[in-house]
Design a protein around this ligand. Structure first.
Ligand code: ADP
Ligand code: GN1
Ligand code: MG
Length: 355
């Protein structure tokens, strides 16, 4: 157990259990139980991904404080537990950064929606998050990962990975590389609308996977949004699109049987309905119109990142078996093609849900 570390935080009671927890790809997460009894989440922040820990933690503290004005209930807003010296995180002897959150009790965190309603509720949760932060002063947030959803830049990183070929996997991934390069011409389609001033920059979550929403276990309605590491200024279509990539998929992110992989229009409709109803009148007409494009581009971008990471030797995303990042890249290009074939259907749904 990480007793010495846990002693640095103002916990209620004495820790009696601490075990690895969850399926995140980035941080090292533990569930902690004390004899109070009280449950917490302990996380080692991934410093390779987030070198500016003070900036990252300032963002999270500011956003959660802002959201807490609506409700102080720790099940309804992610709640940081301070260290004994009143800091938001603790740096250990190896300069690793650790933080503790209240555990969101009696909750569900889903890897796949079990019903369409689960996805609708998660859309409602992210739409509400968007809505609640609409007036948050975006300029005070640190850009923790510059260009996080800059798709052309992600392609540039893929090209760099191809040139370096650090893990000697270039040849093995050639077919996937060709498939991704054939889509490179669309990479800038959302960015260009931002640069021309046609789309507004907003405070966005930027990692809107289904497993970053907590639902009430009894009612299956949203409690809160978690994983606030990447809250930064961004495009609404990015937040919407990343949810579709993950939540409306017909198979897991790393499914080996590509015949099972695609995007469900019924699940798309469920998410869109929840998201748009929670956003209310906040979004411009063009923002709504670009939501299907967001789904295509966020899926393409994530696939580009998986492929680049595969070529780099799996240094970014956590993997549990060899070849997993290549597998993830394969499912993502398949989903991109499926979404492109279903573009008219997605547009029709957005029009219906906003009518
Ligand atoms: P990562 O960036 O690695 O995805 P997350 O912050 O999303 O890290 O945490 C990983 C998982 O841990 C989540 O998907 C969820 O299952 C669980 N988790 C994180 N925070 C909490 C919390 N406050 N209460 C309950 N479970 C949590
Ligand atoms: C990572 O942290 P997690 O597992 O919620 C990644 C996202 C990717 C996602 C792919 C900070 O999300 O950008 O879309 O994996 N987060 C970061 O599943 O890079
Ligand atoms: Mg997560």
């Amino acid at each position: 157990m990480l007793e010495r570390l846990l002693a640095q935080f103002t916990l209620e009671g004495t820790p009696v259990q601490c075990a690895r927890y969850g399926n995140g790809h980035i941080n090292e997460t533990y569930r902690v139980e004390t004899d109070a009894p009280h449950a917490y989440i302990l996380q080692k922040i991934n410093r390779r991904v987030f070198p500016d820990v003070p900036g990252l933690m300032r963002n999270i503290a500011a956003v959660t404080e802002y959201l807490r004005r609506e409700t102080p209930d720790p099940r309804r807003v992610l709640t940081l537990i301070p260290t004994v010296t009143g800091e938001t995180y603790y740096l250990d002897e190896e300069k690793e950064a650790w933080r503790v959150y209240e555990f969101v009790t009696d909750s569900l965190c889903l890897e796949r929606p079990e019903t369409e309603m689960d996805l609708r509720q998660s859309g409602f949760a992210f739409g509400t998050f968007q809505n609640q932060l609409a007036l948050f002063p975006a300029e005070t947030l640190t850009e923790v990962i510059p260009g996080f959803h800059d798709t052309p830049r992600r392609y540039a990183q893929l090209h760099e990975a191809m040139e370096r070929d650090a893990a000697g996997r270039l040849r093995e991934a050639q077919r996937e590389i060709d498939e991704y390069l054939s889509q490179e011409h669309i990479a800038g389609d959302l960015k260009n609308l931002l640069l021309s001033g046609e789309l507004p920059l907003r405070v966005t979550h930027n990692d809107t996977k289904l497993n970053n929403v907590m639902l009430d276990a009894a009612t299956r309605t949203p409690l809160c949004v978690i994983d606030l590491d990447t809250v930064m200024p961004g495009l609404v279509a990015h937040d919407f699109g990343d949810s579709i990539r993950f939540g409306a998929a017909t198979a897991p992110e790393d499914e080996a049987d590509l015949d099972k992989v695609g995007t469900s229009l019924r699940l798309f409709q469920a998410y869109a309905g929840g998201f748009l109803s929670a956003c209310g009148t906040r979004l411009t007409a063009l923002e709504k119109e670009t939501l299907p494009l967001g789904a295509v581009l966020m899926t393409l971008e994530c696939g580009v990142r998986f492929l680049a990471d595969y070529l780099n030797g799996d240094v970014y995303f956590r993997t549990s078996r060899p070849g997993q990042n290549l597998q993830r890249a394969r499912t993502h290009i398949k989903m991109v093609r499926d979404m492109q074939a279903k573009m008219d259907g997605m547009r029709k749904i957005i029009a219906e849900e906003t009518a």
